[in-house]
Design a protein around this ligand. Structure first.
Ligand SMILES: [Zn+2]
Length: 385
């Protein structure tokens, strides 16, 4: 890893030198293209600085006045840098267009050509160096940086091409190259700005939200996951999870669920904080009624079937109880079956302690009902309680 950091530092130093050399040569020779290329290098340096500042800030732990951490400071820095980039690239763009309109003929200067050539060579060397170190240290960001340096080579080479064309009398070439480069920088600048605004506006990371929601839904004892929102920078994310458990679920199990949600953090290095919010629901949505083949109320777990009644729609359907004569883990298997069918209450005449606990741990309420005249009866009875 030290080698990757060293490669990053060398790249920043080289880009600082290139920025200064191209800036001075561009101003002296009056080449707008070279000034634009200097700005491009400056943007690269600022980009690397932002990454570095971001890492430093993200390391700062939350404190009393900033309980959500300090990651937005990075976005504030990005906002500033993005605005600088957009304004400078726009001003170069305007300058180049004005030069074209006014027919300004830049002078051909050998030293300016030499600086642009040197920039292309240095960037090509940087690209090769960063990619090879990146592969060796398995640093994908360094490999990406190396590939970026390749685009810097093209930028500087287009300045060289502009100079050659100017030499042969195509005076407009310098301004055209400047326009092309400044449009590219403008793009980078607006991407940085958009990114900063998204984080500052708490834009939700939908992809990660969906992944987290799926993981939370698979946790036992949760009735429904009502809201999952992931926000923050690509490096520091805050997750809010709202979920509902049935009132049958005991405090110990709720704490266990919260613990499991918080531990999701371990599988996502970018998540710095998970905020679980629990709601306890007494509402019953689906009732299981143990019945026989003729839909007669049986009232215990030896029933061959369960009639499932959806309270809100009044709809009902029958499922087979494959575990009615299970020798082992009967209560557990039936609780599992009912939970899969999203049942939150069961009507029984009697029930054993073991089965009762299994049902409770799945958040299923047990309703003691001695006699049922009809299936509709079960809804009115359970609602009236
Ligand atoms: Zn670049």
């Amino acid at each position: 890893m030290d080698e990757a950091i060293k490669a990053g530092k060398i790249s920043v130093i080289a880009n600082v030198i290139l920025t200064i050399a191209k800036g001075i040569a561009g101003i002296l020779s009056g080449s707008t293209a070279l000034i634009a290329d200097a700005l491009h290098s400056l943007v690269d340096v600022l980009g690397s600085a932002l990454v570095w500042i971001g890492i430093k800030i993200a390391q700062k732990p939350p404190d009393e006045s900033h309980p959500y951490g300090h990651f937005k400071a990075e976005s504030l820095a990005e906002l500033g840098v993005g605005l600088i980039i957009v304004f400078t690239s726009l001003s170069i763009l305007v300058e180049a267009v004005n030069n074209l309109i006014a027919g300004v003929k830049p002078s051909f200067e050998l030293y300016a050509l030499a600086v642009a050539l040197a920039s292309a060579v240095v960037n090509e060397a940087l690209a090769r160096y960063k990619i090879s170190v990146g592969i060796r240290t398995k640093s994908s960001s360094l490999i990406a940086e190396g590939k970026h340096s390749r685009t810097d080579v093209i930028s500087s080479l287009s300045v060289v091409l502009g100079f050659v064309l100017v030499y042969f009398g195509y005076w407009w070439a310098d301004a055209v190259v400047a326009i092309a480069i400044s449009i590219l920088i403008l793009q980078t600048g607006s991407e940085i700005l958009k990114n900063a605004v998204d984080v500052l506006m708490d834009k939700v990371d939908e992809e990660l939200s969906v992944r987290i929601k799926r993981l939370v839904e698979s946790i036992e004892g949760i009735k429904s996951v009502d809201f999952v929102a992931v926000r923050g920078t690509w490096r520091s994310k805050i997750v809010e999870v709202h979920f509902t458990v049935s009132s049958e679920v005991e405090a110990d199990q709720i704490n266990e669920i919260i613990g499991r949600i918080e531990r999701l953090k371990d599988s996502f290095p970018e998540i710095v904080k998970i905020i679980p919010v629990v709601k306890i629901s007494k509402e019953i949505r689906r009732i299981a009624v143990p019945v026989d083949e003729e839909d007669n109320y049986v009232g215990d777990l030896n029933a061959r079937f369960f009639k499932i009644v959806d309270v809100r729609s009044g709809r009902s359907w029958k499922i087979r109880n494959d575990f009615w004569n299970a020798q082992k883990m009967k209560g557990y298997l039936i609780a599992e079956l009912l939970s899969k069918n999203k049942v939150d209450a069961i009507a029984v005449k009697k029930i054993g302690v073991g089965a009762k606990n299994h049902l409770k741990s799945k958040g299923i309420t047990i309703k003691l009902v001695d006699k049922l005249d009809s299936l509709d009866d079960v809804i009115t009875r359970i609602k009236s309680e």
